[in-house]
Design a protein around this ligand. Structure first.
Ligand code: IMP
Ligand code: MG
Length: 208
């Protein structure tokens, strides 16, 4: 039985009126790609896969790191559902691609990582979404400098068709179309994180 990602690229989306969507957000959204309930059910499935993986290893010392800010909701739902027979601790990483004045910049700044806690431990990087892959690669490169025992990645969403660099991602929630999505913690210009479902933003809202 496969525990691979759920592929949404050819699935019929939901219309906005099929769910309860905050009026403040409604005009800016094209459609709902995933409901909160579907996301959370899949998070349970991911937690089970993560538990199986680490329970099959020896001497696990799991250190789960939330890549801020987009992964906060995912992290909060995921970690309590992981039930490994090993200690689990939690940390945060801030990663941002420098975009100001440099469109498409590949430079990524990585901050807030607690380097003293990384050596010899099993790092689980918890991401909201992978697009081209540069952000995650920068996080992994940074972590590797402090000699962890292992590094794995759990991402809730993956725009796999847009990937520019290859990254080994062990746990993926959903493969999604190449559209700009917001909600369930993901933002556009710091807005829409509080939207409960995952939705596609209109072109107009992105250009506003
Ligand atoms: P990458 O370096 O191209 O993989 O970009 C990944 C980062 O860009 C993610 O961690 C998000 O912060 C952001 N991002 C990429 N696509 C989206 C999206 O559709 N909605 C919201 N944020 C996104
Ligand atoms: Mg992110």
């Amino acid at each position: 039985m496969s525990s691979g990602p759920i592929d949404l690229r050819d699935r019929e989306p939901y219309t906005l009126d099929q769910f309860r969507v905050n009026n403040e957000h409604k005009d800016d959204l094209e459609y709902v790609l995933l409901s909160e309930g579907e996301i959370e059910s899949r998070v349970s499935g991911l937690a089970a896969a993560i538990t199986r993986e680490y329970d099959s290893r020896e001497n696990v010392d799991l250190y789960a790191n939330c890549v801020l800010k987009g992964a906060m909701r995912f992290f909060g739902a995921l970690i309590p559902r992981i039930e490994v027979r090993a200690p689990v601790s939690e940390g945060v990483i801030r990663a941002s691609r420098y975009r100001a004045g440099k469109p498409g910049s590949k430079e990524t700044e990585v901050r807030w990582l607690d380097r003293d806690l990384i050596e010899g431990r099993d790092i689980l990087v918890v991401e909201d979404i992978i697009d081209e892959g540069y952000t995650l690669q920068a996080v992994i490169d940074h972590l590797e400098e402090y000699n962890p025992q292992s590094i794995e990645v759990a991402t809730l969403f993956d725009k796999v068709s847009n990937r520019k660099i290859e990254i080994d991602v062990k746990f993926t929630g959903f493969t999604i179309p190449d559209e700009f999505v917001v909600g369930y913690g993901l933002d556009y210009d710091e807005r829409y994180r509080n939207l409960r479902h995952l939705a596609v933003l209109t072109e107009e809202a992105r250009n506003a």
